[in-house]
Design a protein around this ligand. Structure first.
Ligand code: ATP
Ligand code: LTN
Length: 334
C-alpha cells in the first residue's frame, strides 16, 4: 500500500512488434487501472535476453516499447514506466529468491518447456529461472495485484508460493500478489488461424495486426481474415474466425458482441470485415500519431527514463535491504 492506494506491477517484453492482441489484452487494461492503483509498468529487457537478441535491435525495441506505453495514454508522472535493467535490485532479489525456489517447481513451468522446444540450441539457465526474475519484479514493489494473461498465471502462482515460503521463514516481508485477469473476450486470435492466439512472434505477418501497421495494411489483413462458409455473422464457437472479428470490432468500438451481431444482421462478410478494419484504424491512428510525436521528443523520453528509474530504485531498494537483512547479509556501514 502506497499513499492509501494498492500497488500494481506488470511488464512486457520488448521482443518483436506489438500486436493488436497485446494492446486490447494488456495495454488497454493497464490504462483503466492506472487511476485506481499505484502502478509500475516495466519494460522487462532482462527477461528478453533469455532468448538470443541483437544488441542494437534490443535497445531500439526497448525504447520503442517504453514510448508506446506513454503513447497509449499512461502518464509517466503518475505511473512508474521504466526499464527493468536500470534497477539492479531486480537481479539482486532474483538471486536470493533462486535460493528459495526448487528445481522441481521450475521443472513444471509450461512456458519453459515451450520455449526450450522452440529454441533447442539455446536452453540457458536464465530461461529456466525466468519465473524467479518475474517473482522478484513483483515482490520488490510489494504489489497487491498483477494483471497477466492466462499464459502467465502459472508464473504468478509460483511467485505467491515463493513469497509465502519466505514469509513463513522470516516474518511478513512480502505482500502476496493477486492476479488481475481482464474481462473475457480480451483474447484476440490470429486472423489466419483463429484457433491460435495473435502473437508477435508469429511467422505469418498476415495473422497479426501490428500497432504500427498503416491503414491500407490493416484493411487488407482484415479482408483476408480466415472465416467460414456459413455466411452468417453470429457469435458462436463453431465460427471462430467470425467470433474473433466480432471480438475485435466490439473491443475497438466499446460495443458488446450482441450489439455487434445485431448491427451486422443480414450483411455479408465483406462489409463486416471492412467495418472491422475501420474500427481498428480508428483506435490505432491516434496511438500512432502520438507515438510519432513522442519518439521525436528525445529530451522528454530521456527525462522520463531517468526520473522513473530513480523512483523504481527508491521503492525497490527498501524491500531489497529488508530481505538482505532477513537472510543474514552483513549490515552496510556507510
Ligand atoms: P510472444 O509471441 O513473443 O510470446 P506475445 O505476443 O504472446 O509474445 P507477450 O509478450 O507474451 O505477448 O505478452 C504481453 C502481454 O500481452 C501479456 O499480458 C499477454 O497476456 C498479452 N497478450 C499477448 N497476446 C495476446 C492476445 N492475442 N490477446 C490478448 N492478450 C494478449
Ligand atoms: N513474463 C511476462 C512479462 C513479465 C511480467 C513480469 C508480467 C515479466 N515480469 C511481472 C507481470 C509481472 C510475459 O511474458 N508476458
Amino acid at each position: 500500500m502506497i499513499d492509501g492506494r494498492k500497488v500494481l506491477f506488470s511488464g512486457m517484453q520488448s521482443t518483436g512488434n506489438l500486436t493488436l492482441g497485446n494492446y486490447l489484452g494488456a495495454l488497454k487494461n493497464w490504462l483503466t487501472l492506472a487511476d485506481e492503483y499505484e502502478c509500475y509498468y516495466s519494460v522487462v529487457d532482462m527477461h528478453s535476453i533469455t532468448i538470443r537478441q541483437d544488441p542494437a535491435e534490443l535497445r531500439k525495441r526497448a525504447r520503442n516499447l517504453l514510448t508506446l506505453y506513454i503513447a497509449a495514454g499512461l502518464d509517466p508522472e503518475k505511473t512508474c514506466i521504466y526499464y527493468q535493467s536500470h534497477c539492479s535490485a531486480h537481479a539482486e532479489l532474483a538471486w536470493i529468491l533462486n535460493c528459495f525456489t526448487y528445481m522441481g517447481e521450475l521443472n513444471r513451468m509450461t512456458q519453459f518447456k515451450d520455449k526450450s522446444a522452440k529454441h533447442a540450441d539455446n536452453i540457458n539457465a536464465g530461461l529456466f529461472t525466468y519465473p524467479v526474475l518475474m517473482a522478484a519484479d513483483i515482490l520488490l514493489y510489494q504489489a497487491d495485484v498483477v494483471p497477466v494473461g492466462a499464459d502467465q498465471m502459472q508464473h504468478l502462482e509460483l511467485t505467491r508460493d515463493i513469497a509465502e515460503r519466505f514469509n513463513n521463514l522470516y516474518g511478513d516481508v512480502f505482500t502476496i500478489p493477486e492476479p488481475y485477469v481482464g474481462k473475457v473476450g480480451a483474447k484476440i486470435m490470429s486472423l489466419q488461424d483463429p484457433e491460435k492466439k495473435m502473437s508477435k512472434s508469429d511467422e505469418n505477418p498476415n495473422g497479426s495486426i501490428y500497432l504500427m501497421d498503416d491503414a491500407d495494411t490493416i484493411i487488407r489483413k482484415c479482408k483476408r481474415a480466415v472465416t467460414d462458409s456459413v455466411g452468417e455473422i453470429a457469435y458462436r464457437d463453431e465460427q471462430p474466425g467470425v467470433k474473433n472479428l466480432i471480438n475485435i470490432y466490439s473491443a475497438c468500438t466499446g460495443k458488446t458482441p450482441e450489439e455487434t451481431v445485431e448491427e451486422f444482421a443480414g450483411k455479408g462478410y465483406g462489409d463486416f470485415k471492412a467495418a472491422v478494419g475501420e474500427s481498428v484504424i480508428s483506435i490505432l491512428r491516434p496511438l500512432q500519431e502520438e507515438y510519432g510525436r513522442l519518439s521525436k521528443d528525445k529530451a522528454y523520453i530521456d527525462q522520463v527514463i531517468r526520473q522513473n528509474a530513480e523512483r523504481a530504485r527508491h521503492t525497490s531498494y527498501r524491500t531489497l535491504r529488508k530481505v538482505q537483512r532477513k537472510v543474514g547479509f552483513p549490515d552496510r556501514l556507510s
